[in-house]
Design a protein. Structure first.
Length: 470
């Protein structure tokens, strides 16, 4: 790997790290936030979902901008915006201003993830691409899982405000590393689909608002029914718009690739389970078993260790042998891990009740994520890597967003042992669906003579091609 490739990989990791971290670092800080700013459970939900709504709604637009204006330019804008909004979150004097700052932070975060992964796709080729994706996945997945631990330490030792302010350090380092990079915008200037972006944002925001607020007002209240209806109609309008637009924000033709379509379908259930698990485990350990924020976050540390240690290895194996059975076996192991966690009870014993299931969950997750990313992006021409990455990331964020929004409906709102058991069974079921979807739907590329699966994977241009056959 050349020095330029290593620099690009480091930049991609750091840029995505802060965006992924902020998706979960806030979970353990929520009790401290509402203790200081008030608002109870509704404020806690909105502090989480305000970020996820704007991130999920605008990430497709960000992918289009990345392909059009250049990965480096969009990354710089996103990093600066994320730093400013992080400071705004940390300094927010009221719950309302914190929620508004979180929404703005999600806008900046939407610019980071697709551009960072597209930078890897543009600077790495062949077997090194799968290896680089594995390394990127290891660190970004570690950010997602380590968030509760980092948030717990900062909350217990300093203040919940440092959960946001700390972002400034990796952002400054990333901007320094980016100084030598040249921006390479698209040769052909394609108009941005602003109408599609508006419909997508309105649709997602309306539906999620209704799902969250129905617990407060009920389904029959106009404050719930109107946003739900507007959101649903906007999502239908979005699909119609993308089908007919000359330059759609989301080219629906991408889904003609079998691996791209099936990979995103598997992403829905896998990331919904991951979002539910990362929230309910740390919440139950604190509110159900009485652990501190730090200890609750520390419980998931084995998942982070396994991710960092093995993600690049699994990425390399997927590049050599194809992603199918890693994407099937990984979620299946996660499901078993969740079922093992049903042993968690009072009096709590981490080593016997929690550790076996958490380690198996971490191993299965690590086996899944890098191969999933390789399968989805390897099915698409590299010229569309920005929008392909944005699409997959949008699917994963929206899946987690909706899963959290409907969590109360699915398992109830009283945090006790039965609530936790229902959440684990739900997560295990979602992971099992992801495993079955991948086993049936994913096709490994057929290597030509003298090549590996990694060499064959990234070649299709606009479709599945003849390589998807196993």
């Amino acid at each position: 790997m050349s020095s330029l490739n290593r620099r690009a990989l480091a930049i991609a990791i750091l840029a995505a790290f802060v965006a992924f971290l902020d998706g979960t670092v806030i979970n353990v800080a929520l009790p401290a936030i509402t203790a200081e700013l008030g608002g109870g459970l509704p404020v806690q939900q909105w502090v989480v979902d305000a970020y996820l709504i704007t991130l999920g709604a605008l990430i497709l637009l960000a992918g289009s901008l990345s392909d059009l204006l250049g990965r480096v330019a969009i990354l710089r804008i996103g990093l600066i915006g994320f730093g400013v909004t992080s400071l705004a979150c940390g300094l927010a004097p009221t719950a309302e201003l914190l929620i508004a700052a979180r929404a703005a932070q999600g806008v900046a975060g939407a610019l980071l993830v697709p551009s960072s992964l597209a930078l890897i796709m543009a600077t790495h080729r062949g077997p090194t691409q799968a290896h680089a994706i594995g390394i990127w996945t290891a660190w970004t997945s570690a950010a997602f899982i380590a968030g509760p631990l980092i948030g717990g330490l900062l909350t217990d030792l300093a203040s919940w405000r440092w959960v946001f302010v700390i972002n400034v350090l990796p952002i400054a380092l990333t901007l320094i590393l980016m100084v030598p990079l040249r921006n390479e915008p698209a040769e052909t200037r394609v108009p941005i689909d602003y109408a599609g972006a508006a419909l997508g944002a309105l649709g997602l925001g309306g539906v999620v608002f209704a799902l969250i607020e129905q617990a407060n007002y009920g389904w029959g209240d106009p404050l719930v029914l109107v946003p739900l209806a507007v959101g649903a109609l906007s999502l239908v309008g979005f699909l119609v718009r993308e089908r007919r637009a000359a330059h759609p924000m989301l080219p629906l033709g991408l889904f003609r690739s079998r691996n791209f379509a099936v990979g995103n379908l598997a992403t829905v259930t896998i990331y919904a389970a991951l979002a539910v698990a990362s929230l309910t485990i740390v919440v139950y350990l604190q509110q159900g078993l009485g652990l501190s924020a730090t200890l609750a976050g520390l419980a998931l540390l084995p998942v982070t260790v396994v991710n960092i240690a093995l993600s690049s290895w699994f990425g390399g194996l997927a590049g050599r042998y194809g992603s199918r059975w890693f994407m099937a076996g990984g979620p299946a192991l996660c499901a078993i891990g969740f079922l093992l966690m049903l042993a968690i009870d009072e009096p709590f014993d981490f080593l016997t009740q929690a550790l076996p299931g958490i380690v198996l969950f971490g191993f299965g997750l690590t086996m899944t994520i890098a191969p999933l990313t390789s399968a989805v992006l390897g099915a698409i021409d590299t010229r569309q890597s920005g929008i392909a990455s944005a699409t997959n990331n949008a699917v994963s964020r929206v899946a987690g967003l909706i899963a959290i929004a409907v969590l109360g409906l699915a398992i109830g709102t009283e945090v006790d042992g039965a609530w936790f058991d229902r959440s684990l069974i739900l997560c295990a079921s979602l992971m099992a669906i992801g495993a079955i979807t991948s086993a049936i739907g994913i096709r490994n590329p057929r290597p030509t003579e003298g090549t590996t699966a990694a060499d064959a994977a990234p070649t299709p241009a606009g479709g599945a091609g003849s390589g998807e056959n196993r």
